[in-house]
Write a protein that binds this ligand. Structure first.
Ligand code: FAD
Length: 430
């Protein structure tokens, strides 16, 4: 049976010595406001979430208690503008805060990403996109409804996109369809691997608006927040995976689920525009894994120094092979951090080709790098370190899942880098 650390209360988060930040605010030139938000995330992660992570993993249970604490600390509204009651964090600040959460509980960070993106994409990202004045005013009115629910009621949003076909990779239109009816849409379809199923209050579904007799097109993608309690919405299947068990990514079914027009998280055509012009929107799944990479490294340092609670205080740091392995881990970690920090810092509309290729490379580096570091950590620390009483084996399993996240899986990043580096837009060998 695993030992679960007693979790502290959110009100105690100032009480214990904090780990050093993954990105030191002076070294990485973060301002005081950014540093304050990121410190809140680190304190909550280390003092509260770390103690609960083993139980969520063991039982494949959604981290409901963590979401209450994210609401209490304001982090549920991290990317919501201050004037609407949020913390007003930009993309970079959010990404670093998410890495700090991922360091202590991967499943919480990954699901929090789905939630936060509902506000980041409808907020700062949408502000960079083209809309006529009337559409923008309507979008601002609608998103204020969603933001109020989050800030005042602690409403949780998810992002079920995947359908098991080529749509989530960006290849074809989503098979989930939204049929326009008076005042809204009727949504019908199926989403697989829908993290937060049964736990989110709103499912931020990507679907295709269909008109009678017209062919489904990616241009007609809608991004709709469907109330979990709406008629025609159901959660099916079980969830017993290798890692990221607390995400509870079951299957969602929609059968003529009615959603009103105010459910739109983006106006017509704007999601398609975002996918074309703001590609770093898909890099937001990576922060969790940067946190896991740091966690595997931190564990190894402590283990080799004989400082991991629950293990005999035996030092192993004097062996040259251990020192070399740790050096390799540190080099890999710094490589991941460097390219990732650069990519999250330059995220914006209309990035250059070089910036897009770097974003793919950063995603690949974080997703594969986290698992490489965790693998080295297991080999270096040895048998006692991979027992379920310690967090390393969970970090290892969670880290393996990063490469599988569409649309930027590790394989698709390789495909895109190779192709886009060798061909300019419109070029072919015909
Ligand atoms: C823990 C976890 C949580 C998740 N949470 C969510 C969520 O909240 N919302 C959500 O929408 N999805 C979520 N996903 C799903 C994820 O984004 C992928 O959709 C899912 O892992 C795809 O699984 P698959 O086997 O059906 O992939 P397939 O589509 O069968 O692809 C298998 C592999 O083939 C490769 N591939 C796919 N398409 C192409 C192509 N066109 N060219 C070349 N290679 C290709 C990719 O590398 C992919 O990994 C989650 C997944 C995991 C593991």
């Amino acid at each position: 049976m695993m030992t679960v650390q007693a979790s502290k209360n959110v009100t105690d988060i100032d009480e214990i010595d904090l780990d050093a930040p993954i990105f030191d605010s002076q070294a990485f030139r973060l301002n005081d406001q950014q540093a304050a938000i990121i410190t809140t995330a680190r304190k909550l992660g280390q003092n509260v979430f770390a103690g609960r992570a083993a139980a969520y993993d063991r039982d494949a249970k959604f981290p409901t208690e963590n979401y209450r604490d994210l609401h209490l600390t304001g982090l549920l509204g991290i990317a919501i503008p201050k004037k609407q009651g949020g913390l007003g964090a930009d993309y970079q600040t959010y990404a670093i805060a998410a890495a700090e959460i991922g360091r202590y509980c991967g499943a919480t960070a990954l699901t929090w990403n789905m939630h936060v993106c509902s506000t980041l994409w409808s907020g700062p990202l949408a502000d960079d996109l083209e809309m006529d004045a009337a559409t923008r005013a309507e979008h601002e009115r609608r998103r204020a409804i969603h933001y109020k629910r989050i800030v005042e009621d602690g409403a949780i949003y998810s992002q079920p996109f995947s359908e098991g076909g080529a749509a989530a990779a960006g290849g074809v239109a989503f098979g989930t369809e939204a049929k326009p009816v008076k005042g809204g849409w009727l949504v019908t379809g199926k989403k697989i691997f829908a993290s937060l199923s049964g736990h989110a209050d709103y499912y931020g579904v990507l679907c295709t608006e269909v008109a009678e007799g017209e062919k489904a097109s990616r241009r007609n993608t809608l991004y709709l927040a469907i109330p979990a309690k709406a008629d025609g919405v159901s959660v099916v299947g079980d969830w017993d995976p290798l890692g990221m068990r607390g995400t509870v990514s079951r299957t969602l079914l929609f059968k003529d689920a009615y959603v009103p027009e105010d459910a739109a998280l983006m106006p017509r055509g704007v999601y398609f525009q975002a996918a074309m012009r703001w590609p770093h929107m898909f890099l937001t799944l990576s922060p969790t894994y940067v946190g896991l990479a740091q966690a595997a490294y931190d564990f190894t340092v402590r283990y080799l120094r004989g400082e991991v609670p629950g293990t005999p205080p035996v030092k192993r740091r004097m062996y040259p092979t251990k020192q070399i392995a740790l050096a390799q881990m540190q080099i890999k970690l710094e490589q991941v951090k460097a390219i990732w920090f650069q990519a999250i810092t330059e995220a914006r509309a209309n990035p250059t080709k070089e910036q897009v290729l770097r974003a793919y490379a950063a995603q690949y580096s974080a997703m594969e790098g986290a698992n490489e570091i965790a693998t080295l950590a297991i080999r270096t620390c040895g048998g006692q370190a991979m027992l379920k009483s310690l967090p390393l084996e969970r970090i290892y399993r969670d880290s393996r899942c990063g490469s599988l996240m569409l649309p930027w899986t590790a394989e698709l990043c390789l495909d895109r880098i190779g192709r886009e580096a060798l061909y300019e837009t419109g070029e072919s060998d015909e």
